[in-house]
Design a protein around this ligand. Structure first.
Ligand SMILES: [Ca+2]
Ligand SMILES: [Ca+2]
Length: 138
């Protein structure tokens, strides 16, 4: 994990850069799809859902909720990804929902840069790395 400074435009630029975003998403999808059937089951998605850290960072309080509560949260997140409710998440659903969540984070962040603790390898971290690399290119 590392502490990075980001604002809404960091996230918007990343999501709107179709190529960079699609590559990151496809790459993550392939790694999560451990049985390589092109679909993510709930157990395959669980690892990704855990990195979202929705529960732990809710209201800025670092809490460890009980397992039943967590299972409920992960289930409802999975349902959010599974747009056609067929019990699995395909690449298109994964991409759409990841994008939606990133934009929701961007709305929450707003235009003032904020410091966030980011997991290595998270999409937000990729957004920050992308911004650094374009800055260097300029
Ligand atoms: Ca699979
Ligand atoms: Ca589905």
């Amino acid at each position: 994990m590392s502490v990075e400074v980001l604002d809404a435009s960091t996230i918007h630029n990343f999501v709107e850069d179709e190529e960079a975003f699609n590559v990151s998403v496809a790459d993550r999808f392939a790694r999560l799809d451990t049985d390589h059937n092109g679909l993510l089951s709930f157990s395959e998605m669980l690892k990704e859902l855990q990195t979202l850290r929705v529960v732990e960072t809710h209201f800025g309080i670092d809490v460890k909720p009980d397992p039943a509560e967590l299972a409920y949260v992960y289930n409802s997140l999975f349902v959010q990804f599974d747009h056609d409710s067929n019990g699995t998440v395909d690449l298109e659903e994964f991409k759409e929902e990841t994008k939606r969540m990133m934009l929701a984070v961007a709305n929450g962040v707003g235009f003032l840069p904020v410091q966030m603790v980011l997991e290595e390898d998270s999409f937000l971290k990729k957004a920050v790395e992308r911004e650094y690399s374009t800055r260097v290119a300029l």
